[in-house]
Structures are given as structure tokens and as C-alpha cells.
Design a protein around this ligand. Structure first.
Ligand code: SF4
Ligand code: SF4
Length: 111
């Protein structure tokens, strides 16, 4: 499992760097459309164990999480957007279709 970071969406806030429990994400400088800018990249991709902390923390939906073939995802990706009360997960399926799951954050630990 791994993630993919969209350099065009990333604003270099470093939230993902701070939350990754494996210290796998770093910032580097690239040439943007006008100026140089800092963006995040995953340095040790193979060590990612898919905790999704970075995906949930990113304020710009710049991080996609790959749903590998081993769990039926066949390369589909997920992003998450946080509103005040909900986490809205968007699944971009391998066939081009999308669907969303909205989870009330206050209810997410109930079962
Ligand atoms: S999914 Fe978890 S382990 Fe993988 S890069 Fe993101 S925070 Fe780190
Ligand atoms: S949390 Fe998102 S916007 Fe912030 S540095 Fe990481 S990828 Fe970029």
C-alpha cells in the first residue's frame, strides 16, 4: 500500500510530515508556475503501511491512498475532505467511476 502526493495541490504546510508515524514524508523544493515552492513527497514508499493519517490530515486533498489489488481495489484511490462534523471519503475507482462515503466524526468510534 502506498500514497501519492499531487505536487500541484500541495501547499507545503507539512501537516502530513508531522503525522506520519514512520517519518516517511519529507518536503523538498520544486519550481512552481511562478516561484520555487516546497512540496511534500514520500521518501520511503515501500515502508508505508497505509495508516491513512496523512490522507486525513491534508487540508488540500493532495494525498491519494491507493487501494491495491490485494484488497480488491485494483489501483483505485481514496482522498478525504474534512468538514466540521464529517469526514467525506471519495473513492476514485479504477473504471473511472467515483463514489463518496460521509462519516460523522462524533459517531466514528461507535459500533
Ligand atoms: S499512510 Fe500512514 S504510514 Fe503511509 S505515508 Fe501516510 S501517514 Fe505515513
Ligand atoms: S498535508 Fe497536504 S498540503 Fe500539506 S504538505 Fe502534506 S501533501 Fe502538502
Amino acid at each position: 500500500m502506498s500514497i501519492k502526493i499531487d505536487e500541484n495541490k500541495c501547499i507545503g504546510c507539512s501537516s502530513c510530515v508531522e503525522v506520519c508515524p514512520g517519518n516517511l514524508i519529507k518536503l523538498h523544493t520544486i519550481q512552481g508556475t511562478q516561484n520555487e515552492k516546497k512540496v511534500a513527497y514520500i521518501k520511503h514508499e515501500r515502508d508505508c503501511w497505509g495508516c491513512t493519517s496523512c490522507v486525513k490530515e491534508c487540508p488540500k486533498k493532495a494525498i491519494s491512498f491507493f487501494l491495491g489489488a490485494d484488497i480488491g481495489g485494483k489501483g483505485s484511490t481514496m482522498t478525504v475532505e474534512n468538514t466540521k462534523d464529517n469526514a467525506i471519503w471519495t473513492i476514485n475507482k479504477y473504471d473511472g467511476s467515483t463514489f463518496q462515503i460521509s462519516i460523522n466524526k462524533k459517531e466514528s468510534n461507535k459500533y
